[in-house]
Design a protein around this ligand. Sequence first.
Ligand SMILES: O=C(O)CCC(=O)C(=O)O
Ligand SMILES: [Fe+2]
Length: 214
Amino acid sequence: MDILFEEIDFQVNDQYEQIIEDLQKKKYSVVDDFFSAEEIEIIRNGLLTKYEEDQFKKSAIGNRVNELIESEIRGDFILWLNEAEAGLPEKTYFNKINQLVDYLNRTCFMGILHKEFHYAVYPKGTFYKRHLDTFQNDGRRKLSVVCYLNDESWKKENGGELTIYTEENGTEKPIDLFPFPGRVVIFESQELEHEVQQVKNDKRLSITGWLKTR
Ligand SMILES: O=C(O)CCC(=O)C(=O)O
Ligand SMILES: [Fe+2]
């Protein structure tokens, strides 16, 4: 009975199916309407409140135990999120992420057991040089998930593109993705090198995180 009930409960989700197909075909997926404008505003306000309260710290290279601040490599400021202590903004974020994780685990047996996310602010002039997310000493990182939190006034001239280094017929093909609000980029952490181009104006707001196995 239990099994039958679960099968009835399951609903195909076209957006998630598209993400799965993209990941299988290209190792990355760009979803422009993962969050609504209202949700993004709630989450952005959550970030800004904590940023103004000085809760962020300078990002570092390495893992969370062995950190080294390297401004030549990355210049963002981050705040790790604790889901157990999430307020409305973080709950709004995690609700959607958890739905996606459930779907991936159910349909692709991805075995995602852990996740870690942080808010990030890239002030004017900052960047994150080309890297692979598993350089952070964490082989359990399976999927990287980045969500952009700026408002509608974010312009291309502000820079801060995420450049992902894809491959086509054996040659490297960089793709620039602008950090538009509500856009979520998901990619294979162990496979795809990427970088954040210098922010030319304003400050670039996001949540970055990893879905992890084992
Ligand atoms: O903010 C982005 O677009 C990517 C951030 C990133 O690569 C990282 O934090 O590892
Ligand atoms: Fe990264």
